[in-house]
Design a protein around this ligand. Sequence first.
Ligand code: NAD
Length: 512
Amino acid sequence: MDAAPLTRSLVLVGFMGAGKTSAARELATLLGVPCHDADELLEAELGLAIEALFARDGEAAFREREEELVLRLLAQPPAVVALGGGALGSARVREALRAHAVVLLEVEPEIAWSRVAGSGRPLARDRARFDALHAERLPVYREAADGTLPRWDRNLLRRALPSLRALASGEAHGLRLLWATSASRDYPVWVGEGALHRAPWPLAVESRRLAVTDETVAGLHAGRVPGLAGMIEIPPGERHKTLATAERVWHALVRQGASRADHVVAIGGGVVGDLAGFCAATYQRGIAVVQVPTTLVAQVDSAYGGKTGVDLPEAKNYVGAYHQPAGVIVDPTTLETLPAPELAAGYAEVVKTALIAGGPLWSRIGAGEPVDQRAILDCARTKLAVVAADERDDGLRQVLNLGHTIGHAIETVTGYARLRHGEAVGLGLLATLRLSGRDDLREQVRDLLARAGLPVSIDGIEPAAVLEATRRDKKRTLGDVPFVLCQAPGDVRHGARVGDEDVLAAISELTA
Ligand SMILES: NC(=O)c1ccc[n+]([C@@H]2O[C@H](COP(=O)([O-])OP(=O)(O)OC[C@H]3O[C@@H](n4cnc5c(N)ncnc54)[C@H](O)[C@@H]3O)[C@@H](O)[C@H]2O)c1
Protein backbone atom coordinates (compact mmCIF):
# COMPACT_ATOMS: atom_id res chain seq x y z
CA MET A 1 0.00 0.00 0.00
CA ASP A 2 1.25 3.50 -0.83
CA ALA A 3 1.74 6.00 1.98
CA ALA A 4 -1.14 8.25 0.92
CA PRO A 5 -1.47 11.51 2.90
CA LEU A 6 -4.15 11.79 5.56
CA THR A 7 -7.21 13.69 4.38
CA ARG A 8 -8.98 13.49 7.72
CA SER A 9 -8.06 12.95 11.32
CA LEU A 10 -7.63 9.55 12.87
CA VAL A 11 -9.65 9.75 16.06
CA LEU A 12 -9.12 7.19 18.82
CA VAL A 13 -12.17 6.44 20.91
CA GLY A 14 -12.80 3.88 23.62
CA PHE A 15 -13.29 3.29 27.29
CA MET A 16 -11.06 4.78 29.98
CA GLY A 17 -7.97 2.69 30.52
CA ALA A 18 -7.78 1.48 26.90
CA GLY A 19 -4.52 3.35 26.39
CA LYS A 20 -5.77 5.93 23.89
CA THR A 21 -3.30 8.64 24.97
CA SER A 22 -0.19 6.48 24.50
CA ALA A 23 -1.50 4.81 21.34
CA ALA A 24 -2.30 8.23 19.84
CA ARG A 25 1.24 9.49 20.49
CA GLU A 26 2.72 6.41 18.89
CA LEU A 27 0.44 6.60 15.88
CA ALA A 28 1.05 10.29 15.35
CA THR A 29 4.79 9.63 15.30
CA LEU A 30 4.40 6.78 12.84
CA LEU A 31 2.14 8.86 10.58
CA GLY A 32 4.16 12.07 10.94
CA VAL A 33 1.16 14.19 11.98
CA PRO A 34 0.34 16.17 15.15
CA CYS A 35 -1.23 14.47 18.18
CA HIS A 36 -4.01 16.00 20.25
CA ASP A 37 -5.22 14.46 23.48
CA ALA A 38 -8.58 15.96 24.41
CA ASP A 39 -8.35 15.28 28.16
CA GLU A 40 -4.84 16.68 28.45
CA LEU A 41 -5.71 19.78 26.42
CA LEU A 42 -8.83 20.35 28.48
CA GLU A 43 -6.90 20.19 31.72
CA ALA A 44 -4.31 22.60 30.32
CA GLU A 45 -6.97 25.06 29.18
CA LEU A 46 -8.82 24.88 32.48
CA GLY A 47 -5.72 24.87 34.60
CA LEU A 48 -7.52 22.19 36.58
CA ALA A 49 -7.52 18.40 36.76
CA ILE A 50 -10.65 16.76 35.33
CA GLU A 51 -11.41 15.23 38.75
CA ALA A 52 -11.33 18.72 40.26
CA LEU A 53 -13.68 20.12 37.60
CA PHE A 54 -16.05 17.19 38.16
CA ALA A 55 -15.99 17.80 41.92
CA ARG A 56 -16.46 21.56 41.58
CA ASP A 57 -19.00 21.93 38.74
CA GLY A 58 -20.37 18.42 38.15
CA GLU A 59 -20.26 16.14 35.11
CA ALA A 60 -22.59 18.22 32.93
CA ALA A 61 -20.28 21.23 33.09
CA PHE A 62 -17.33 19.02 32.21
CA ARG A 63 -19.17 17.53 29.22
CA GLU A 64 -20.00 20.99 27.91
CA ARG A 65 -16.36 22.10 28.00
CA GLU A 66 -15.28 18.78 26.54
CA GLU A 67 -17.72 19.03 23.63
CA GLU A 68 -16.60 22.53 22.77
CA LEU A 69 -12.92 21.52 22.79
CA VAL A 70 -13.44 18.30 20.79
CA LEU A 71 -15.41 20.13 18.08
CA ARG A 72 -12.53 22.61 17.83
CA LEU A 73 -9.99 19.79 17.51
CA LEU A 74 -12.03 18.06 14.82
CA ALA A 75 -12.07 21.25 12.76
CA GLN A 76 -8.27 21.32 12.61
CA PRO A 77 -6.07 19.85 9.84
CA PRO A 78 -5.59 16.04 9.90
CA ALA A 79 -3.99 14.75 13.09
CA VAL A 80 -4.27 11.86 15.50
CA VAL A 81 -6.80 12.79 18.18
CA ALA A 82 -7.49 10.87 21.41
CA LEU A 83 -10.92 11.45 22.93
CA GLY A 84 -12.03 10.92 26.51
CA GLY A 85 -14.18 7.85 27.16
CA GLY A 86 -17.43 9.83 27.49
CA ALA A 87 -16.97 12.24 24.57
CA LEU A 88 -19.28 10.21 22.31
CA GLY A 89 -22.16 10.98 24.65
CA SER A 90 -22.50 14.25 22.69
CA ALA A 91 -24.63 14.03 19.54
CA ARG A 92 -22.69 17.00 18.06
CA VAL A 93 -19.40 15.19 18.57
CA ARG A 94 -20.81 12.00 17.02
CA GLU A 95 -21.98 14.03 14.02
CA ALA A 96 -18.60 15.78 13.63
CA LEU A 97 -16.84 12.41 13.80
CA ARG A 98 -18.56 11.28 10.63
CA ALA A 99 -16.08 13.38 8.66
CA HIS A 100 -13.12 11.56 10.24
CA ALA A 101 -11.66 8.08 10.60
CA VAL A 102 -12.76 6.83 13.99
CA VAL A 103 -10.80 3.97 15.51
CA LEU A 104 -12.05 2.13 18.56
CA LEU A 105 -9.40 0.88 20.91
CA GLU A 106 -11.08 -1.98 22.74
CA VAL A 107 -10.24 -3.07 26.25
CA GLU A 108 -11.61 -5.75 28.54
CA PRO A 109 -13.29 -4.18 31.57
CA GLU A 110 -11.00 -6.19 33.91
CA ILE A 111 -7.90 -4.79 32.27
CA ALA A 112 -9.30 -1.26 32.16
CA TRP A 113 -10.21 -1.49 35.84
CA SER A 114 -6.75 -2.73 36.79
CA ARG A 115 -5.31 0.32 35.03
CA VAL A 116 -7.58 3.04 36.36
CA ALA A 117 -8.86 1.89 39.75
CA GLY A 118 -7.37 4.13 42.40
CA SER A 119 -6.44 6.78 39.83
CA GLY A 120 -8.97 9.17 41.30
CA ARG A 121 -11.03 9.27 38.10
CA PRO A 122 -14.58 10.12 39.11
CA LEU A 123 -16.14 7.32 37.02
CA ALA A 124 -13.67 4.67 38.19
CA ARG A 125 -14.52 4.44 41.86
CA ASP A 126 -17.10 1.71 41.89
CA ARG A 127 -16.46 -1.54 40.01
CA ALA A 128 -20.10 -2.41 39.31
CA ARG A 129 -20.81 1.09 37.98
CA PHE A 130 -17.61 0.95 35.92
CA ASP A 131 -18.65 -2.34 34.27
CA ALA A 132 -22.16 -1.06 33.63
CA LEU A 133 -20.73 2.08 32.00
CA HIS A 134 -18.48 -0.06 29.80
CA ALA A 135 -21.44 -2.18 28.67
CA GLU A 136 -23.48 0.95 27.99
CA ARG A 137 -20.80 2.76 26.00
CA LEU A 138 -19.40 -0.13 23.96
CA PRO A 139 -22.26 -0.20 21.41
CA VAL A 140 -21.91 3.58 20.98
CA TYR A 141 -18.19 3.27 20.27
CA ARG A 142 -18.81 0.39 17.87
CA GLU A 143 -21.48 2.27 16.00
CA ALA A 144 -19.16 5.24 15.48
CA ALA A 145 -16.01 3.27 14.69
CA ASP A 146 -14.67 2.87 11.15
CA GLY A 147 -11.92 0.70 12.55
CA THR A 148 -11.44 -1.44 15.65
CA LEU A 149 -8.23 -2.53 17.30
CA PRO A 150 -8.75 -5.22 19.97
CA ARG A 151 -5.76 -3.87 21.95
CA TRP A 152 -2.57 -2.10 21.08
CA ASP A 153 1.16 -2.24 21.40
CA ARG A 154 3.88 -0.68 19.30
CA ASN A 155 4.32 -3.68 17.00
CA LEU A 156 0.61 -4.11 16.46
CA LEU A 157 0.28 -0.44 15.50
CA ARG A 158 3.11 -0.79 13.03
CA ARG A 159 1.48 -3.79 11.40
CA ALA A 160 -1.93 -2.13 11.32
CA LEU A 161 -0.53 1.18 10.10
CA PRO A 162 -1.21 0.75 6.34
CA SER A 163 -4.82 -0.19 7.11
CA LEU A 164 -5.30 2.70 9.54
CA ARG A 165 -3.73 5.06 7.03
CA ALA A 166 -6.14 3.79 4.37
CA LEU A 167 -9.05 4.75 6.65
CA ALA A 168 -7.72 8.26 7.19
CA SER A 169 -6.55 8.87 3.61
CA GLY A 170 -9.99 8.23 2.19
CA GLU A 171 -8.80 5.14 0.27
CA ALA A 172 -11.04 2.91 2.38
CA HIS A 173 -13.76 5.47 2.97
CA GLY A 174 -17.07 3.84 3.84
CA LEU A 175 -15.52 0.48 4.72
CA ARG A 176 -15.20 -0.90 8.23
CA LEU A 177 -11.97 -2.40 9.51
CA LEU A 178 -11.62 -5.01 12.24
CA TRP A 179 -8.05 -5.79 13.17
CA ALA A 180 -7.85 -9.53 13.85
CA THR A 181 -5.22 -10.92 16.19
CA SER A 182 -4.14 -14.43 17.05
CA ALA A 183 -1.06 -16.14 18.40
CA SER A 184 0.31 -16.80 14.91
CA ARG A 185 -0.60 -13.67 12.93
CA ASP A 186 -2.80 -10.62 12.79
CA TYR A 187 -4.60 -9.25 9.77
CA PRO A 188 -7.15 -6.76 8.52
CA VAL A 189 -10.79 -7.67 8.01
CA TRP A 190 -12.50 -5.19 5.66
CA VAL A 191 -16.28 -5.11 5.61
CA GLY A 192 -18.56 -2.98 3.46
CA GLU A 193 -20.35 -2.39 0.22
CA GLY A 194 -17.82 -2.33 -2.62
CA ALA A 195 -15.09 -3.94 -0.48
CA LEU A 196 -14.59 -6.54 -3.19
CA HIS A 197 -12.94 -4.08 -5.52
CA ARG A 198 -12.12 -1.21 -3.12
CA ALA A 199 -10.61 -2.71 0.01
CA PRO A 200 -6.88 -2.05 0.40
CA TRP A 201 -5.19 -5.28 -0.63
CA PRO A 202 -3.51 -6.88 2.40
CA LEU A 203 -0.43 -8.06 0.50
CA ALA A 204 2.19 -6.31 -1.59
CA VAL A 205 1.46 -5.79 -5.29
CA GLU A 206 4.45 -7.96 -6.26
CA SER A 207 2.74 -11.04 -4.77
CA ARG A 208 0.58 -12.59 -7.52
CA ARG A 209 -3.07 -13.14 -6.67
CA LEU A 210 -4.20 -16.64 -7.65
CA ALA A 211 -7.91 -17.11 -7.15
CA VAL A 212 -9.52 -20.35 -6.08
CA THR A 213 -13.26 -20.23 -6.50
CA ASP A 214 -16.14 -22.50 -7.41
CA GLU A 215 -17.86 -22.68 -10.79
CA THR A 216 -20.90 -20.74 -9.53
CA VAL A 217 -19.03 -17.91 -7.86
CA ALA A 218 -16.57 -17.67 -10.77
CA GLY A 219 -19.30 -16.32 -13.02
CA LEU A 220 -20.91 -14.09 -10.40
CA HIS A 221 -18.26 -12.38 -8.31
CA ALA A 222 -14.70 -13.65 -8.75
CA GLY A 223 -14.12 -11.37 -11.73
CA ARG A 224 -14.89 -8.35 -9.57
CA VAL A 225 -11.75 -8.91 -7.49
CA PRO A 226 -9.03 -6.73 -9.02
CA GLY A 227 -5.60 -7.82 -10.15
CA LEU A 228 -6.09 -11.59 -10.35
CA ALA A 229 -3.19 -13.33 -12.07
CA GLY A 230 -5.02 -16.64 -12.40
CA MET A 231 -8.24 -18.42 -11.52
CA ILE A 232 -8.70 -22.04 -10.42
CA GLU A 233 -12.28 -23.30 -10.42
CA ILE A 234 -13.61 -26.23 -8.44
CA PRO A 235 -17.09 -27.75 -8.62
CA PRO A 236 -19.47 -26.23 -6.03
CA GLY A 237 -20.73 -27.99 -2.93
CA GLU A 238 -19.65 -29.85 0.17
CA ARG A 239 -19.33 -33.10 -1.84
CA HIS A 240 -16.24 -31.60 -3.42
CA LYS A 241 -14.50 -30.57 -0.21
CA THR A 242 -12.19 -33.53 -0.58
CA LEU A 243 -8.54 -34.42 -0.88
CA ALA A 244 -9.14 -35.19 -4.56
CA THR A 245 -10.25 -31.61 -5.18
CA ALA A 246 -7.38 -30.27 -3.10
CA GLU A 247 -5.00 -32.29 -5.27
CA ARG A 248 -6.49 -30.71 -8.40
CA VAL A 249 -5.88 -27.27 -6.90
CA TRP A 250 -2.28 -28.09 -5.94
CA HIS A 251 -1.58 -29.26 -9.50
CA ALA A 252 -3.20 -26.13 -10.93
CA LEU A 253 -1.03 -23.97 -8.67
CA VAL A 254 2.05 -25.77 -10.00
CA ARG A 255 0.86 -25.21 -13.58
CA GLN A 256 0.44 -21.53 -12.85
CA GLY A 257 3.97 -21.37 -11.51
CA ALA A 258 2.85 -20.37 -8.02
CA SER A 259 5.74 -19.71 -5.67
CA ARG A 260 5.89 -18.81 -1.99
CA ALA A 261 6.00 -15.17 -3.02
CA ASP A 262 2.47 -15.53 -4.45
CA HIS A 263 -0.78 -16.00 -2.63
CA VAL A 264 -4.14 -17.70 -2.95
CA VAL A 265 -7.35 -15.69 -2.96
CA ALA A 266 -10.25 -17.84 -1.77
CA ILE A 267 -13.42 -16.41 -3.34
CA GLY A 268 -16.59 -18.22 -2.33
CA GLY A 269 -18.38 -19.88 0.54
CA GLY A 270 -17.03 -21.95 3.38
CA VAL A 271 -16.21 -24.88 1.12
CA VAL A 272 -13.93 -22.78 -1.08
CA GLY A 273 -12.52 -20.95 1.96
CA ASP A 274 -11.69 -24.14 3.86
CA LEU A 275 -10.34 -26.00 0.82
CA ALA A 276 -8.36 -23.13 -0.72
CA GLY A 277 -7.04 -22.23 2.74
CA PHE A 278 -5.90 -25.84 3.17
CA CYS A 279 -4.22 -25.83 -0.24
CA ALA A 280 -2.46 -22.57 0.66
CA ALA A 281 -1.42 -23.98 4.06
CA THR A 282 0.20 -27.01 2.45
CA TYR A 283 1.39 -25.88 -0.99
CA GLN A 284 5.17 -25.54 -0.74
CA ARG A 285 4.63 -25.88 3.04
CA GLY A 286 2.52 -22.76 3.15
CA ILE A 287 1.74 -19.68 1.11
CA ALA A 288 -0.48 -16.78 2.10
CA VAL A 289 -4.24 -16.76 1.58
CA VAL A 290 -6.69 -13.87 1.42
CA GLN A 291 -10.27 -14.87 2.18
CA VAL A 292 -13.05 -13.26 0.15
CA PRO A 293 -16.23 -14.84 1.57
CA THR A 294 -19.37 -14.69 -0.57
CA THR A 295 -21.92 -16.68 1.50
CA LEU A 296 -23.47 -15.67 4.80
CA VAL A 297 -21.90 -18.71 6.49
CA ALA A 298 -18.50 -17.56 5.34
CA GLN A 299 -19.04 -13.86 6.08
CA VAL A 300 -20.19 -14.44 9.66
CA ASP A 301 -18.03 -17.41 10.49
CA SER A 302 -15.81 -19.55 8.32
CA ALA A 303 -13.59 -16.88 6.74
CA TYR A 304 -12.08 -15.91 10.10
CA GLY A 305 -9.87 -17.80 12.45
CA GLY A 306 -7.68 -19.86 10.14
CA LYS A 307 -9.30 -23.30 10.32
CA THR A 308 -8.83 -24.93 6.95
CA GLY A 309 -9.35 -28.45 5.72
CA VAL A 310 -11.29 -31.07 3.80
CA ASP A 311 -13.74 -33.83 4.69
CA LEU A 312 -13.07 -37.55 4.71
CA PRO A 313 -15.91 -39.98 3.96
CA GLU A 314 -15.66 -41.07 7.61
CA ALA A 315 -15.99 -37.60 9.16
CA LYS A 316 -16.14 -33.92 8.41
CA ASN A 317 -13.14 -31.58 8.38
CA TYR A 318 -10.93 -34.49 9.42
CA VAL A 319 -7.81 -33.40 7.57
CA GLY A 320 -6.66 -29.83 7.79
CA ALA A 321 -4.40 -27.18 9.20
CA TYR A 322 -4.54 -23.93 11.07
CA HIS A 323 -3.58 -21.22 8.61
CA GLN A 324 -4.60 -17.67 9.41
CA PRO A 325 -5.46 -15.53 6.40
CA ALA A 326 -3.38 -12.52 5.47
CA GLY A 327 -6.64 -10.60 5.25
CA VAL A 328 -10.40 -11.02 4.85
CA ILE A 329 -12.47 -8.93 2.48
CA VAL A 330 -16.22 -9.01 3.08
CA ASP A 331 -18.60 -7.40 0.62
CA PRO A 332 -22.18 -7.95 1.79
CA THR A 333 -23.50 -7.10 -1.70
CA THR A 334 -22.28 -10.51 -2.87
CA LEU A 335 -25.11 -11.96 -0.80
CA GLU A 336 -27.63 -10.46 -3.24
CA THR A 337 -27.09 -13.42 -5.58
CA LEU A 338 -27.13 -16.04 -2.85
CA PRO A 339 -30.10 -18.41 -3.13
CA ALA A 340 -32.58 -18.15 -0.23
CA PRO A 341 -31.79 -21.61 1.22
CA GLU A 342 -28.09 -20.68 1.42
CA LEU A 343 -28.95 -17.42 3.17
CA ALA A 344 -31.08 -19.39 5.61
CA ALA A 345 -28.20 -21.80 6.23
CA GLY A 346 -26.03 -18.80 7.11
CA TYR A 347 -28.72 -17.56 9.42
CA ALA A 348 -28.23 -20.65 11.61
CA GLU A 349 -24.59 -19.61 12.12
CA VAL A 350 -25.76 -16.08 12.96
CA VAL A 351 -28.11 -17.46 15.62
CA LYS A 352 -25.29 -19.62 16.97
CA THR A 353 -22.90 -16.67 17.14
CA ALA A 354 -25.51 -14.44 18.73
CA LEU A 355 -26.09 -17.08 21.44
CA ILE A 356 -22.35 -17.12 22.10
CA ALA A 357 -22.07 -13.32 22.13
CA GLY A 358 -25.20 -12.55 24.17
CA GLY A 359 -25.59 -8.78 24.75
CA PRO A 360 -26.82 -6.45 22.00
CA LEU A 361 -26.25 -8.98 19.18
CA TRP A 362 -28.49 -11.56 20.84
CA SER A 363 -31.06 -8.87 21.70
CA ARG A 364 -31.39 -8.00 18.02
CA ILE A 365 -31.19 -11.49 16.53
CA GLY A 366 -33.29 -13.09 19.29
CA ALA A 367 -35.96 -10.49 18.57
CA GLY A 368 -36.03 -11.62 14.95
CA GLU A 369 -34.27 -8.59 13.43
CA PRO A 370 -32.93 -9.20 9.93
CA VAL A 371 -29.25 -9.83 9.34
CA ASP A 372 -27.56 -6.68 8.08
CA GLN A 373 -23.99 -5.43 7.80
CA ARG A 374 -23.96 -4.58 11.51
CA ALA A 375 -24.88 -8.16 12.38
CA ILE A 376 -22.15 -9.47 10.06
CA LEU A 377 -19.62 -7.20 11.76
CA ASP A 378 -20.75 -8.22 15.23
CA CYS A 379 -20.55 -11.92 14.34
CA ALA A 380 -17.05 -11.37 12.97
CA ARG A 381 -16.04 -9.53 16.16
CA THR A 382 -17.40 -12.34 18.31
CA LYS A 383 -15.49 -15.00 16.43
CA LEU A 384 -12.29 -12.95 16.25
CA ALA A 385 -12.37 -12.31 20.01
CA VAL A 386 -12.62 -16.04 20.70
CA VAL A 387 -9.85 -16.91 18.25
CA ALA A 388 -7.62 -14.16 19.66
CA ALA A 389 -7.86 -15.85 23.06
CA ASP A 390 -7.44 -19.43 21.80
CA GLU A 391 -6.26 -19.94 18.24
CA ARG A 392 -5.87 -23.71 18.38
CA ASP A 393 -8.99 -24.95 20.06
CA ASP A 394 -7.28 -25.69 23.38
CA GLY A 395 -10.19 -24.34 25.35
CA LEU A 396 -12.32 -21.28 24.79
CA ARG A 397 -12.45 -21.68 20.99
CA GLN A 398 -14.53 -24.79 21.45
CA VAL A 399 -17.50 -22.58 22.32
CA LEU A 400 -17.66 -21.78 18.60
CA ASN A 401 -18.78 -25.37 18.12
CA LEU A 402 -22.09 -24.74 19.85
CA GLY A 403 -24.52 -27.07 18.08
CA HIS A 404 -21.77 -28.56 15.93
CA THR A 405 -21.09 -31.89 17.62
CA ILE A 406 -24.57 -33.15 16.77
CA GLY A 407 -24.78 -30.99 13.60
CA HIS A 408 -21.60 -32.54 12.18
CA ALA A 409 -22.79 -36.02 13.13
CA ILE A 410 -26.06 -35.45 11.26
CA GLU A 411 -24.08 -34.26 8.24
CA THR A 412 -21.91 -37.37 8.41
CA VAL A 413 -24.78 -39.87 8.62
CA THR A 414 -26.56 -38.14 5.75
CA GLY A 415 -23.44 -38.37 3.61
CA TYR A 416 -22.92 -34.58 3.40
CA ALA A 417 -25.51 -34.63 0.64
CA ARG A 418 -28.89 -34.03 2.20
CA LEU A 419 -28.42 -30.97 4.37
CA ARG A 420 -26.47 -27.78 4.09
CA HIS A 421 -23.92 -27.27 6.86
CA GLY A 422 -25.95 -24.41 8.34
CA GLU A 423 -29.13 -26.50 8.28
CA ALA A 424 -27.39 -29.24 10.23
CA VAL A 425 -26.02 -26.67 12.67
CA GLY A 426 -29.57 -25.39 13.25
CA LEU A 427 -30.71 -28.91 14.16
CA GLY A 428 -27.61 -29.34 16.32
CA LEU A 429 -28.45 -26.10 18.15
CA LEU A 430 -31.91 -27.37 19.00
CA ALA A 431 -30.55 -30.63 20.38
CA THR A 432 -27.87 -28.76 22.32
CA LEU A 433 -30.35 -26.34 23.89
CA ARG A 434 -32.35 -29.35 25.07
CA LEU A 435 -29.17 -30.84 26.56
CA SER A 436 -28.50 -27.45 28.18
CA GLY A 437 -31.87 -27.65 29.92
CA ARG A 438 -32.95 -24.40 28.29
CA ASP A 439 -36.31 -25.47 26.91
CA ASP A 440 -37.53 -21.86 26.67
CA LEU A 441 -34.51 -20.85 24.64
CA ARG A 442 -34.95 -23.95 22.48
CA GLU A 443 -38.47 -22.84 21.63
CA GLN A 444 -37.29 -19.30 20.82
CA VAL A 445 -34.50 -20.60 18.57
CA ARG A 446 -36.86 -23.12 16.98
CA ASP A 447 -39.18 -20.25 16.02
CA LEU A 448 -36.31 -18.17 14.63
CA LEU A 449 -35.02 -21.09 12.52
CA ALA A 450 -38.49 -22.07 11.32
CA ARG A 451 -39.29 -18.49 10.31
CA ALA A 452 -36.05 -18.41 8.32
CA GLY A 453 -37.22 -21.52 6.46
CA LEU A 454 -34.73 -23.83 8.15
CA PRO A 455 -35.58 -27.42 9.06
CA VAL A 456 -36.41 -27.93 12.74
CA SER A 457 -36.82 -31.69 12.42
CA ILE A 458 -35.44 -34.42 10.19
CA ASP A 459 -36.74 -37.81 9.14
CA GLY A 460 -35.00 -40.87 7.81
CA ILE A 461 -32.04 -40.81 10.18
CA GLU A 462 -31.21 -43.31 12.85
CA PRO A 463 -30.58 -41.52 16.20
CA ALA A 464 -28.20 -44.27 17.32
CA ALA A 465 -26.13 -43.76 14.15
CA VAL A 466 -25.94 -40.02 14.85
CA LEU A 467 -24.84 -40.74 18.42
CA GLU A 468 -22.20 -43.10 17.07
CA ALA A 469 -21.00 -40.41 14.64
CA THR A 470 -20.58 -37.90 17.50
CA ARG A 471 -17.95 -40.27 18.91
CA ARG A 472 -15.70 -39.43 15.98
CA ASP A 473 -15.93 -35.73 16.84
CA LYS A 474 -12.51 -34.16 16.68
CA LYS A 475 -12.96 -32.58 20.12
CA ARG A 476 -13.03 -36.02 21.68
CA THR A 477 -9.84 -36.78 23.58
CA LEU A 478 -10.26 -39.65 26.03
CA GLY A 479 -13.57 -41.22 26.84
CA ASP A 480 -16.70 -39.13 26.33
CA VAL A 481 -17.33 -36.53 23.70
CA PRO A 482 -17.24 -33.10 25.35
CA PHE A 483 -20.29 -30.96 24.56
CA VAL A 484 -20.65 -27.21 24.34
CA LEU A 485 -23.70 -26.14 26.30
CA CYS A 486 -25.53 -22.83 26.52
CA GLN A 487 -26.62 -21.79 30.00
CA ALA A 488 -27.92 -18.48 28.67
CA PRO A 489 -27.17 -16.17 25.73
CA GLY A 490 -23.62 -14.95 26.38
CA ASP A 491 -22.93 -17.84 28.78
CA VAL A 492 -21.71 -20.73 26.66
CA ARG A 493 -19.38 -23.34 28.19
CA HIS A 494 -17.31 -26.08 26.65
CA GLY A 495 -16.19 -29.44 27.95
CA ALA A 496 -19.52 -30.61 29.42
CA ARG A 497 -20.06 -34.35 29.86
CA VAL A 498 -23.48 -35.56 28.79
CA GLY A 499 -24.86 -39.08 29.16
CA ASP A 500 -25.56 -41.14 26.01
CA GLU A 501 -29.20 -41.48 26.95
CA ASP A 502 -29.71 -37.73 27.07
CA VAL A 503 -27.92 -37.24 23.74
CA LEU A 504 -30.03 -39.98 22.17
CA ALA A 505 -33.22 -38.38 23.49
CA ALA A 506 -32.24 -34.93 22.18
CA ILE A 507 -31.50 -36.42 18.73
CA SER A 508 -34.66 -38.57 18.71
CA GLU A 509 -36.72 -35.46 19.43
CA LEU A 510 -35.46 -34.02 16.12
CA THR A 511 -36.83 -37.00 14.25
CA ALA A 512 -40.27 -36.79 15.85
N1 NAD B 1 -13.33 -22.87 8.84
C1 NAD B 1 -14.30 -22.60 9.68
O1 NAD B 1 -14.07 -22.05 10.75
C2 NAD B 1 -15.71 -22.96 9.29
C3 NAD B 1 -16.78 -22.45 10.03
C4 NAD B 1 -18.08 -22.73 9.59
C5 NAD B 1 -18.27 -23.50 8.45
N2 NAD B 1 -17.20 -24.00 7.79
C6 NAD B 1 -17.38 -24.80 6.58
O2 NAD B 1 -18.08 -24.04 5.61
C7 NAD B 1 -18.71 -24.92 4.71
C8 NAD B 1 -20.09 -24.39 4.41
O3 NAD B 1 -19.95 -23.14 3.81
P1 NAD B 1 -21.12 -22.51 2.91
O4 NAD B 1 -22.41 -22.68 3.59
O5 NAD B 1 -20.66 -21.16 2.54
O6 NAD B 1 -21.18 -23.49 1.67
P2 NAD B 1 -20.60 -23.44 0.17
O7 NAD B 1 -19.24 -22.92 0.14
O8 NAD B 1 -20.83 -24.81 -0.35
O9 NAD B 1 -21.56 -22.44 -0.59
C9 NAD B 1 -22.90 -22.75 -0.73
C10 NAD B 1 -23.37 -22.60 -2.19
O10 NAD B 1 -23.51 -21.24 -2.50
C11 NAD B 1 -22.86 -20.94 -3.73
N3 NAD B 1 -22.44 -19.55 -3.63
C12 NAD B 1 -21.42 -19.04 -2.91
N4 NAD B 1 -21.45 -17.70 -2.94
C13 NAD B 1 -22.49 -17.36 -3.72
C14 NAD B 1 -23.06 -16.11 -4.10
N5 NAD B 1 -22.58 -14.96 -3.63
N6 NAD B 1 -24.12 -16.11 -4.92
C15 NAD B 1 -24.66 -17.30 -5.36
N7 NAD B 1 -24.19 -18.50 -4.99
C16 NAD B 1 -23.11 -18.53 -4.17
C17 NAD B 1 -21.77 -21.95 -3.83
O11 NAD B 1 -21.41 -22.15 -5.16
C18 NAD B 1 -22.41 -23.17 -3.20
O12 NAD B 1 -23.16 -23.84 -4.17
C19 NAD B 1 -18.70 -26.28 5.36
O13 NAD B 1 -17.80 -27.10 4.71
C20 NAD B 1 -18.23 -26.00 6.79
O14 NAD B 1 -17.52 -27.08 7.33
C21 NAD B 1 -15.94 -23.73 8.18
